[in-house]
Ligand binder design. Structure first.
Ligand code: BGC
Length: 789
């Protein structure tokens, strides 16, 4: 229905015209228009407009970049705005900026100040839960709805392309941008990203799949060479991109800053041409990640066609490169075609008019997604809390909660519902003394730590809102004891921020701070002594050390960065309005040092050398559960883990083969006494005759609808043989070996709940090019010899 609607809007707009009545280009006109462009005009189309806060052509303040317009040929300017968890634009009126070219073809932009005065719109956008949280829902339908809602807001506000999703694999928990990424598993990442892209693009807005590829650390990211075997690259780091490109056809792909196989990704022809376009059939636009420059002719020769955010001298460089033959005219035209293909499909080209998004719907969806993403890690019967009970709420983040990360994925949202407010909204009685003390502390600490005291409120609530350090509760033991005497239960909130500019630190970030440990100890001590329970809620970016303290509280809830409805969503789960159905999209190790990549990861503040200039991915394919589960290394919580307030039974598992497909079905029944959703996680153990393989790999998943007690759903998951294949580097081919495969459904990767075998009678292979080898061989971990005990 939505597609039909969009198609008819597009049809109505088929004769959209620019200001001087020149009809706007359509996808059918591209060749004709390219034939009429001068070299200078072509060059300009490949270079973004450098302005950050004033766009050209139509008004979107705070978009990350724009393309140039050529009004005489019906080419409008389009804009591109971040980011993964909502649209990042400024909630202020923007000036209408128009461009006129002087006689030398140099653009002169004129800003119309009156347009600001005339515009009373405030373009706040909905902040959704982080994409890690989205991954924890394991729900492709949710990912699609999340995408549609973001697309609708972009469309209402006039954003043409959303610079998302970011789908790099969580190689190491200290990567500062992991909260923008999905998972340690490529299938979970790829499938959810494909649904998300499909959602956004279904409403006529473009996406940018980023950061292609292996952007797995912030420290040194601009030059780092990610060195890994071809197998590791193909099976782990490229796989999610491959799924998303093939299944969802994003309009654009963003090349990452780092190098792969010794060459910058953006100038890497093997990556951008042979693999992305040749093998995967991508026919959209590749654009560069922002601000870092690479040799212009190398970019174009690798079909990295749109250079962002751009600078005037790059236009000259392109013209010179074409004139001296470093870039052929056919390459130039191909690049221009890539850009114009997106321009012609854009909402701007369809005659965009401002409108108001359905904020109420999107906010409700954000809350629903957040509730569905939360992972119940421990519960001894404490949760859900009794209706209206008296809660002693501890932790600075409970009173100043964290909706999302900082950096380009920031969303300018109108508000954040603190956890304290959410609990009160849900009818819980909060301890007044604690509220008063924490409120004062939070105001004081926020002021003290405010690095941008002059900035407007909308920036304070979004760009500069970070988790406050915990106060030293040892001075407030009388408060803790008083609360233990009067409240029914304690809820302790742990908070973390994370952002684009830095990786995380091990101490006081991945590991708890001393004050946080002391707070948990003090509250658990006092409440347990009084015969009362303690719940810990983690309002954090992602994985943390939990093994040393998780058994102290009686319940533990991972709430991630839940978006602007944070407090309401947490209260939904604590109070039982929502039965938690999130599952971990990554493994929680016992200690950081247990993670194989910890041996090859930079430290914050490092400025050169190994792990900065280059990183050896010595752990190879043994990322996340592929390592822990195969090596039988004890973890705090395994991949796929998560509890519910109800229980589920699995029955009648069947496996059938037809052609190149295996279908695995099972019946899931709610065997408990509350309604709930279950995640069917399908793992496969493949025969390992020719190479080492993980003990099990996620090969499919599905989420049930909300099942009432006693209700069942039959779930069927199809696996193509290609998805069973491993990469045989010696012969440059993917191979699904013949032999017996074990398929099992798991409550996590470690807990089998139903299993069957199936047989591939003949091996199947897919030959690919021998490309993207590391500059030097990487000494990869051999798990069977080195680690299985
Ligand atoms: C980030 C991208 C982002 C771009 C535009 C870069 O710094 O790496 O993810 O889309 O800025 O804001």
């Amino acid at each position: 229905m939505r597609k039909i609607l969009v198609a008819s809007v597009m049809a109505l707009c088929a004769v959209v015209a620019l200001a001087d009545n020149q009809p706007v280009i359509t996808v059918r006109d591209l060749d004709k228009v390219i034939g009429r462009l001068t070299i200078e005009q072509k060059a300009r189309l490949l270079v973004g407009s450098a302005a950050f806060d004033s766009g050209i052509s139509h008004e979107v303040a705070g978009a990350a970049g724009w393309t140039y317009e050529v009004p005489s040929l019906g080419i409008p300017s389009i804009n591109l705005a971040d980011g993964p968890v909502g649209v990042r634009i400024n909630p202020v009126p923007s000036q209408r900026v128009t461009t006129v070219y002087d006689k030398n073809g140099i653009p002169v932009t004129t800003a119309d100040a009156a347009s600001v005065a005339a515009d009373s719109r405030r373009t706040f956008c909905t902040c959704f839960p982080s994409t890690t949280a989205l991954a924890a829902t394991w729900n492709v339908d949710m990912a699609r709805r999340y995408g549609v809602a973001m697309g609708d807001e972009a469309r209402a506000y006039g954003v043409d392309v959303i610079l998302a999703p970011g789908i790099n694999i969580m190689r190491n928990p200290l990567c500062g941008r992991n909260f923008e990424y999905y998972s340690e598993d490529p299938l979970l990442t790829g499938k959810l990203a494909a649904a998300y892209i499909d959602g956004i693009q279904s409403v006529g807005i473009g996406t940018s799949l980023k950061h292609f590829v292996a952007n797995n650390q912030q420290t040194g990211k601009k030059y780092n060479d990610a060195r890994m075997s071809q197998r590791t690259l193909r099976e782990i780091y490229l796989r999610a991109f491959e799924i998303a490109v093939k299944e969802a056809k994003p309009w654009t792909v963003m090349g990452s800053y780092n190098r792969i196989a010794g060459e910058f990704t953006q100038t890497n022809k093997e990556l951008m041409i042979e693999l992305l376009r040749g093998e995967w059939g991508f026919d959209g636009l590749v654009l560069t990640d922002w601000t870092v420059r690479r040799p212009t002719h190398d970019l174009l020769n690798a079909r990295s066609a749109l250079i962002m955010p751009g600078a005037e001298d790059i236009v000259d460089e392109i013209v010179a490169a074409v004139k001296c033959g470093k870039v052929s005219m056919s390459v130039l035209d191909a690049c221009v075609r890539d850009v114009l293909g997106v321009v012609a499909k854009s909402v701007t080209a369809q005659g965009w008019q401002p409108s108001a998004p359905d904020v109420e719907h999107n906010v409700a969806l954000s809350r629903e997604a957040a509730g569905e993403s939360m992972v119940l890690l421990r519960n001894d019967g404490t949760l859900p809390l009794a209706e209206g009970c008296k809660v002693a709420l501890f932790g600075a983040t409970a009173y100043k909660s964290i909706a999302g990360g900082t950096g380009s994925s920031n969303v300018n949202k109108p508000y954040v519902v603190d956890i304290s407010v959410g609990l009160r909204n849900a009818g819980f009685a909060l301890d007044d003394d604690l509220w008063r003390v924490y409120d004062k502390y939070s105001a004081f600490a926020s002021d003290l730590l405010d690095k941008y005291p002059e900035c407007p409120d909308w920036q304070k609530i979004s760009y500069h809102r970070t988790a406050l350090p915990e106060m030293d509760l040892s001075h407030g033991m009388h408060l803790v004891e008083k609360a233990a005497a009067s409240a029914d239960v304690a809820v302790v909130v742990i908070g973390r921020s994370s952002g684009e500019t830095s990786d995380r630190r091990l101490d006081d970030d991945f590991n708890l701070t001393a004050d946080e440990h002391a707070m948990i100890d003090a509250v658990c001590g006092a409440f347990h002594k009084a015969g009362k329970k303690v719940v810990v809620v983690m309002n954090v970016c992602g994985m943390m050390e939990v093994a040393s303290w998780a058994s102290k509280p009686d319940a533990l809830l991972m709430a991630w960065f839940p978006g602007q409805e944070c407090g309401n969503a947490v209260a939904d789960v604590l109070g039982g309005r929502v039965n938690p159905s999130g599952r971990l999209p990554m493994t929680f190790p016992v200690a950081y040092a247990d993670i194989p990549s910890s041996r090859n990861y930079p430290f914050v503040g490092q400025t050169e050398g190994r792990n900065f200039d280059y990183t050896d991915y010595e752990e190879g394919i043994w990322v996340g559960y592929r390592y822990f589960n195969t090596a039988r290394c004890r973890v705090a919580f395994p991949f796929g883990y998560g509890l519910s307030y109800t229980s589920f039974g699995y029955s009648d598992m069947e496996v059938s083969r037809k052609g190149s497909r295996t279908t695995v079905s099972v019946t899931i029944t709610n065997t408990g006494s509350r309604g709930g959703k279950e995640v069917a996680q399908l793992y496969v153990s493949a025969p390992a005759a020719t190479m080492e393989k993980p003990r099990a790999e996620l090969r499919g998943f599905a989420k049930t609808r909300l099942l009432r007690p006693g209700e069942s759903e039959r779930v069927s998951i199809e696996i193509d043989d290609y998805a069973l294949a491993s990469f045989d580097g010696a012969n440059s081919r993917l191979i699904a070996e013949k032999g017996e495969y074990k398929a099992f459904f798991g409550a996590s990767v470690e807990k089998i709940v139903a299993e069957k075998t199936f047989v591939l009678k003949k091996e199947r292979t897919w030959r690919v090019k021998n490309i993207l080898a590391p500059v030097a061989p990487v000494n990869e971990l051999k798990i069977n010899q080195d680690l299985i005990k």
